[in-house]
Design a protein. Structure first.
Length: 379
């Protein structure tokens, strides 16, 4: 009887019931986000644009900058400043030497703060310069609410990132095969090859998330008294790579909630979303009239594909919208951006790409213009 009454109310109100969609549920984080790595689309968010302290999730960018600006075979000599960094630390000694590539395992597997300082000083020349490199890299990839003032994530005024920014940073990092290899290494002993002046250190991956979620492949945990418990996690199933971020889990349960928050979001993402190719490379999307050209029109093509995570319901209503001029005067070349293609869902633009002429169109000569005009009179 109750089920019949519910159905009757739905029919009267004109509401469409959704029985198959799961929800994320309650999260403990102060700020959180779930994004799909390729499109950067937000699939779930809580204060996702609010800058927050991010503890050792900072080290994702530390690793990225080191990979892109350092030589993994370089020998890093530990300074007195690095050796004095507070725990969690590798207990590096002043003058101790290690390959830069080996120190990245210490950085990411066990989150050692002294290692982060040693890396920053070696790659950037100073901690301050290295942090400036980190901040600039964040801005370059679209993480514009992020500022780095320490390479290890220890609390500092202005050291902050939003959950969304950290999602972008992690998605970028996961495009680097060496980064993925490092964060998925279960254990390793360094030095991996003999280095004069080094000492042996046995490292174990502290990322519990790798054993919690099917397809998990990263990324980084963190904690400070100011930031609380923080975690950036990643998982890939099939063609979809998801990134979850949870910042500011406080209290005694925060240590586990930082993982379960990301787990909830990622399971929600895989259950409700699939990757859809909406536009393929070289796909003909539209046509454009040509004035005074040897052809009167030209086909417009996309030069890059658009792939999006969508629910089944979203896929049924998503639209492709073309903005183009009324016509174009010849000559026309294939490298000319002549129209814009927007992917639109409920009036929100999810993605945009440019459209180009499929082929060159030469301009008519004066004689050809006259002939075309005369022919038009007889038409």
């Amino acid at each position: 009887m109750k089920h019949k009454l519910l159905i009757l109310i739905i029919l009267i109100l004109g509401v469409t019931p959704v029985f198959g969609t799961s929800s994320v549920g309650t999260l403990g984080a102060k700020g959180a986000v779930l994004i799909e790595a390729q499109s950067k689309r937000v699939l779930h968010g809580v204060n996702e644009q609010v800058p927050l302290p991010m503890a050792s999730t900072t080290k994702i960018m530390t690793c990225v900058v080191a990979l892109e600006n350092g030589n993994l075979d370089d020998i890093v000599t530990v300074s007195e400043t690095a050796a004095k960094a507070p725990p969690v630390d590798l207990k590096l000694q002043t003058g101790e030497k290690h390959r830069l590539g080996d120190l990245l395992y210490s950085l990411m597997l066990e989150s050692h703060n002294d290692t982060a300082i040693a890396i920053a000083e070696h790659v950037g020349g100073s901690v301050e310069e290295f942090c400036a490199m980190m901040t600039q890299k964040a801005a370059d990839i679209g993480a514009t609410s992020t500022e780095f003032h320490t390479p290890n994530g220890l609390d500092a005024d202005g050291h902050q990132s939003s959950p969304y920014d950290l999602g972008i940073i992690a998605a970028y990092a996961m495009e680097n095969p060496k980064f993925v290899e490092i964060v998925n290494t279960p254990n390793i002993a360094i030095p991996t090859v003999p280095v004069d002046g080094s000492r042996r250190h046995d490292l174990i991956n502290k990322d519990r998330f790798l054993h919690m979620v099917s397809g998990a492949n990263g990324v980084k945990t963190g904690f400070t008294s100011k930031a609380g418990h923080c975690f950036v996690g990643a998982a890939k199933r099939g063609d979809m790579q998801l990134i979850g971020v949870a910042l500011g889990n406080f209290g005694s349960s925060g240590k586990s909630k930082k993982y379960t928050d990301v787990q909830k979001m990622i399971e929600y993402g895989f259950k409700n979303y699939k990757m859809y190719t909406l536009v393929t490379e070289e796909q003909v999307v539209d046509t454009l009239d040509i004035v005074d050209g040897k052809q009167t029109s030209v086909k417009l093509v996309a030069k890059e594909q658009i792939v999006m995570p969508l629910t089944n319901d979203e896929m049924s209503i998503v639209k492709l919208s073309v903005t183009k001029p009324e016509n174009l005067e010849a000559p026309v070349t294939t490298d000319l951006q002549v129209a814009r293609l927007d992917v639109v869902l409920n009036e929100e633009v999810l993605d945009t790409t440019w459209l180009y002429p499929m082929e060159d169109v030469e301009a008519l000569t004066l004689i050809e213009k006259v002939k075309r005009f005369i022919n038009s009179l007889g038409a």
